[in-house]
Design a protein around this ligand. Structure first.
Ligand code: C2E
Ligand code: CA
Ligand code: CA
Ligand code: CA
Length: 279
């Protein structure tokens, strides 16, 4: 039994070591991901519940790793944040999002807003940061073409540096959305401090809405509150027609989720967008 215990222990340490090595290797690989053209930006449609059309999209990163295949954000965003590479990734994603927004907006003759995720670390990092406003100006894109998604924790813990950057984006006319709303903190004082444009109701409330009256009540209260504050609401993780119908009946503005489409490569999203079929 003692032997057994020891071998289990060494197995455990070995796998931990392996894990650490894998992470180290992945972190090193990530350094070449941008220059090596391995990053992909996927787009998930955001539908307007009023007219059923795709008005916007959320841009989501994927990494086409040379040997491991297509990696999802949970496999590399954390690493990128720890190693400081998230800034490079984030700027790449922003530039791509802006270029696609320009193409799609021109084609359709209306602004197709693209929302992109920006984590706390991207706000906090030192050094000269890419000037998003100047980039949009160079592309002659209206600044509201880009929505910046931030989580509640970014706003709640915002240092003066983060607050300044947020206000800068805001004053430049980019729009702001609070991501995963309802999962972080119960304090909503920050809603008074920062003028945000959208609340994104976390998918857990939408998911549980089928079975739990309390989740429905919470979601409906969020919609009421947001509207009273002049914010628009996006429901995340909408997977069924029943959820779509309920959200529409309670006045939710936008919906995003597998019911409409999973995140798609740019070209596939473009086909969906140009088809503009009613959902
Ligand atoms: P998020 O911002 O909350 O993005 C929504 C996630 O929900 C996406 O996962 C999306 O694929 C998934 N999703 C969408 N609709 C449904 C649905 O109907 N049901 C379910 N169960 N899930 C749905 P994804 O693409 O794996 O992204 C995970 C997270 O990675 C994102 O969560 C975001 O926090 C982060 N992320 C992705 N791209 C970036 C980026 O460019 N920068 C930063 N900082 N973070 C990113
Ligand atoms: Ca998001
Ligand atoms: Ca979210
Ligand atoms: Ca999230």
């Amino acid at each position: 039994a003692k032997n057994n215990g020891r071998s289990q222990f060494s197995f455990f340490t070995r796998s931990l070591q392996e894990e650490a090595l894998n992470r180290l290797q992945l972190s090193a690989d990530l350094r070449n991901a941008v220059s090596g053209g391995q990053l992909r930006l996927y787009f998930q449609p955001i539908a307007n519940l009023g007219d059923g059309l795709i008005h916007k999209a959320e841009a989501l990163l994927r990494w086409q790793h040379p040997t491991l295949g297509l990696l999802q954000p949970d496999e590399f965003i954390g690493l990128a944040e720890e190693s400081g590479q998230i800034r490079k990734l984030g700027n790449w994603a922003f530039a791509q999002a802006a270029q696609w927004s320009r193409k799609w907006s021109r084609h359709l003759g209306r602004t197709v807003q693209i929302s992109i995720n920006k984590s706390a670390i991207q706000f906090e990092s030192n050094g000269r940061s890419m000037n998003w406003k100047a980039y949009l100006d160079r592309l002659e894109l209206p600044h509201e073409s880009i929505i910046v998604e931030i989580t509640e924790s970014v706003l709640l813990n915002a240092s003066s540096k983060t607050a300044d950057k947020l206000l800068e984006l805001r004053n430049a006319g980019l729009e702001l959305a609070i991501d995963d709303f309802g999962t972080g903190y119960s304090s909503m004082a920050y809603l008074k401090k920062y003028e945000v444009d959208y609340l994104k109701i976390d998918q857990s409330f939408i998911n549980d809405a089928d079975n739990e009256a309390s989740s429905r009540t919470i979601a409906e209260s969020m919609i009421l509150m947001a509207h009273k504050l002049g914010l628009k609401v996006v429901a995340e993780g909408v997977e069924t027609k029943a959820q779509r119908d309920w959200l529409r009946s309670v006045g939710c503005d936008f919906a995003q989720g597998f019911y409409y489409s999973a995140p798609l490569p740019a070209k596939e999203f473009e086909e969906l967008l140009y088809g503009t079929r009613r959902q």
